[in-house]
Design a protein around this ligand. Sequence first.
Ligand SMILES: Nc1ncnc2c1ncn2[C@@H]1O[C@H](COP(=O)(O)OP(=O)(O)OP(=O)(O)O)[C@@H](O)[C@H]1O
Ligand SMILES: [Mg+2]
Length: 344
Amino acid sequence: MAINKNVESALEAKRQLAKEAKHSRKSERITPIQLIEQNVQEYIVGQDVAIRRILTAIYRSLYFKSIKSNILVIGSSGVGKTETLKQIAKRLNIPYTEEDATKYTQEGYYGKSVEDMLINLIVASQYDLQKAQKGMIIIDEIDKKTGDEKGVSGAKVLKSLLKIIEGTKYKLDDCIFDTSQLIIVFCGAFDGLEKIRDKRLGQGQIGFRQYENKATLQNRFTKQDLVQYGMPEEFVGRIDTIVEMNKLQKEDLVQILKKSRLSIFKRYQRELRNMGISLRYNPKLLELIAGRSLHLDTGARELSNTVNYIFEDIIYNVMANPGSYSECRLFFEIVDDNTRYKLS
Ligand SMILES: Nc1ncnc2c1ncn2[C@@H]1O[C@H](COP(=O)(O)OP(=O)(O)OP(=O)(O)O)[C@@H](O)[C@H]1O
Ligand SMILES: [Mg+2]
């Protein structure tokens, strides 16, 4: 009898364990990657290949735990490097911190600075160390740290960063920070890197776009390209994923204004609507705004300057006569002269 009882309780314990194991597997349920991808695409325009590749590298880091992901994102200013990373981090509930590699220059400072990055990440995680250790550190302007620079400002700083890339444990003031699961993303413009690639491929000047959908390893930027550019080999050697972001064309800027959830134009439209004022304009106005904003290498950044300019006088007048208007018509000329509108 007693033996039977023991067997029975042992079986029960086994069932319970199996149930718990199943439960814990379930609690680590993976959000299907395409859901995040589609969501990020509602914000970021013209970077579909890059979004997918960055997201894949981040998922690899999160769920293929034995393979560490150090990512390098290459693209000129204002094309969406930081914004893409932020959007992904938010959706996946990963804490992140944005750091500027050019800050890490002073003699004797660089060792401390790496620790500062970790502290910033702990703060971003609301002091949850476990969460911080699985966070993301975005390090901008890494291309300004080539091996050519003298002293600590160049290669040596990169070498100090290698420690976190390699998953060293850091002793901070009141905790030990294990960096082995951190997601490190380096960003940079790498002006002129295309020329090195074109030369390797034996081709003349071809725009970024030409390579976009050709997934061959050849067409991508390679580690050799980076070394030739001047990045130290021991640094390049630890990058697992090199992602290239497109230059934004005028049509991309139009799409950002029209469709992106980040569109500053749509935000003005929404705010005015909330005040009972509907905005009227010819859709071609968006092309004019895009054209005005298309300065060399500032990407989508200039859009907010142009759009803020357009609405400045309107806001003043709406605020001067609260509740008096229900419609605002924008004329094409408003891109050059922000008094060219009609409130009624
Ligand atoms: N592809 C894009 N789609 C929609 N909005 C974009 C895109 N790229 C940039 N933007 C807008 O421009 C702003 C600046 O972009 P972001 O900070 O990502 O630039 P970046 O590529 O990191 O440039 P930098 O090298 O100067 O840091 C974003 O906050 C966003 O509003
Ligand atoms: Mg940036």
